[in-house]
Design a protein around this ligand. Structure first.
Ligand SMILES: NC(=O)c1ccc[n+]([C@@H]2O[C@H](COP(=O)([O-])OP(=O)(O)OC[C@H]3O[C@@H](n4cnc5c(N)ncnc54)[C@H](OP(=O)(O)O)[C@@H]3O)[C@@H](O)[C@H]2O)c1
Length: 467
């Protein structure tokens, strides 16, 4: 076996599969895990002539040929700093550490700067696709200096998924934390899309009283249309799997409290901090918070039962209208995500190639969807996606469906925060007159905050207390 350049630390769900993927592509790799028994069981189950598993970190580093490429796939947060601190005295100038976990982009920037002082290349690589993607081909978003990109390009291209044209789903997003930023927004979009799909599911289950089986059938139909995507594809399995401990579907036995690991909240926070609105993503995060505490909801449901309306009968019309509502709101969620990335690219001078992001999300990742083809070509024309004829052509005939579904659902007391905020987003951005003049008047009246006028340049204040 050739002495490997590449090492991977962290043999959890993602790391183990990523290491196997790298070895399958013909690269020699050394792996290391804090808990040695995990390394032993990995080698027992998946070991082959391309993989070595040193037991100590020192042996692991020594086994790698300089310049070393060390991929980290450990729990995001403190663990990344701990591992870097352990590695730093063992590695040399010119070596690279690539953090492939879901690290917060500001942590990545800090680590990048710290390691630059030691002439160690640090990179943040967003990896999307879950355990299946890590093994068979993820979508990879690298933030690094040019040196690391040149060092990593071949292996990343070899292990990545393929886009709609067969090209690898990997790109050098930009310097420092640009890759982790884009991965964060990817996850924010994922939150938005899943909340929209869940609201569609709730409409069908609660207002139209359909079973999991019926909803699976409708979502499968959607997946055969322009809504085709990975998340619709896996919905069938999630909705149709029978529970082995009862005589119903497993989805009906799963507690309706949604968990999260923080990437959606980071995206919403970034949106609030920069003023680039992503209401669908923020609402999806709030919606997950609000699902918490089932017992409290059950208690309140008894007191407010009169807010809910009688169920209705499903029709083909409803199925088609809901498809339009889902398509338009999901497209608008991607648009919000791309606006956030565009804004960050300018703010941090990252020079991110937006069409390239739409391309690398076409394969491997959780938000891969047919509509990324439309977004890819629209972004090549114009960064303001709503201004492109192709996006307008896709949205205009479907917004009516979104409005109709919201009217039906909200009227019956079904919570539709993501659908509603998405409609408000497009209605706001397409209104030439908004009520912000009144807000400005109030602000100037109580706090002398000043306002601008529609007929003259400058900043004005009215002495509201004199008539
Ligand atoms: N799961 C997904 O679908 C997914 C998708 C994309 C990205 N990610 C990201 O990928 C990263 C890994 O996720 P995962 O799902 O593979 O996690 P996981 O299965 O929980 O594995 C975590 C790994 O981190 C190691 N670790 C934890 N604390 C450590 C420390 N202080 N020092 C050294 N090693 C430590 C663990 O080692 P021990 O065995 O010794 O505990 C284990 O190898 C995370 O950042 C996650 O957010 C996950």
């Amino acid at each position: 076996m050739k002495q490997p350049h590449i090492g991977l630390i962290g043999l959890g769900t993602m790391g183990a599969n990523l290491a196997r993927n790298i070895a399958h592509k013909g690269y020699s790799i050394a792996v290391y895990n804090r808990t040695t028994s995990v390394t032993e069981s990995f080698l027992k189950n998946h070991g082959n002539s391309s993989i070595t598993g040193p037991r100590t970190l020192e042996e692991f580093v020594e086994s790698l040929k300089p310049p070393r490429i060390i991929l980290l796939m450990v729990k995001a947060g403190k663990a990344v700093d701990i591992v870097i601190d352990q590695l730093r005295p063992l590695i040399e100038k010119g070596d690279s550490i690539i953090d492939c976990g879901n690290s917060y982009f500001k942590d990545t920037k800090r680590r990048y700067n710290e390691l630059e002082n030691y002439e160690i290349h640090f990179a943040g690589c967003g990896v999307s696709g879950g355990e299946e993607g890590a093994l068979n081909g993820p979508s990879l978003m690298l933030g690094s200096n040019d040196n690391s990109w040149q060092q990593l390009k071949d292996v990343l291209q070899a292990i990545a998924a393929k886009d709609f044209n067969g090209k690898p789903c990997v790109t050098h997003v930009g310097p420092e934390s640009a890759g982790h930023y884009v991965k964060m927004v990817h996850n924010g979009i994922e939150y938005g899309i899943m909340q929209l799909m869940a609201e569609g599911y709730d409409m069908l289950r609660t207002l139209y009283t359909l079973s999991s089986k019926d909803i699976a059938h409708i979502y499968k139909q959607y997946n055969d249309t322009e809504l085709s995507s990975y998340l619709f594809d896996i919905s069938e399995a999630v909705l149709l799997r029978k529970d082995d401990q009862s005589d119903t579907y497993i989805v009906d036995m799963i507690l309706d409290e949604a968990a999260q690991k923080g990437t959606g909240a980071w995206t919403a926070h970034e949106s609030l901090a920069t003023g680039e609105a992503t209401p669908t993503i923020a609402e999806a995060v709030f919606a997950r918070y609000l699902t918490g505490n089932k017992e409290k909801r059950k208690m309140l449901a008894k007191h407010y039962a009169s807010l809910k309306k009688q169920p209705k009968t499903i029709s083909d019309d409803v199925v088609n209208t809901l498809r339009d509502a889902l398509y338009s709101s999901i497209l608008l969620t991607y648009i919000q995500g791309f606006s956030l990335i565009h804004n960050a690219s300018q703010e941090y001078a990252w020079n991110i190639d937006l069409p390239e992001i739409a391309r690398i999300w076409q394969g491997g990742c959780i938000i891969r969807a047919d509509m990324l083809s439309l977004l890819h070509s629209a972004l090549r024309e114009e960064k303001q996606l709503l201004a492109t004829p192709s996006v307008q052509k896709a949205l205009l005939p479907r917004i009516r469906g979104l409005r109709h579904i919201i009217t039906q659902g909200v009227g019956a007391g079904i919570p539709l925060p993501a659908f509603s905020s998405t409609l408000a987003y497009i209605d706001t951005l397409t209104s030439s007159q908004l009520p912000a003049n009144y807000i400005q008047g109030l602000r100037d009246r109580f706090g002398a905050h000043t306002y601008k006028r529609i007929d003259k340049k400058g900043v004005f204040h009215t002495d509201w207390l004199t008539s």
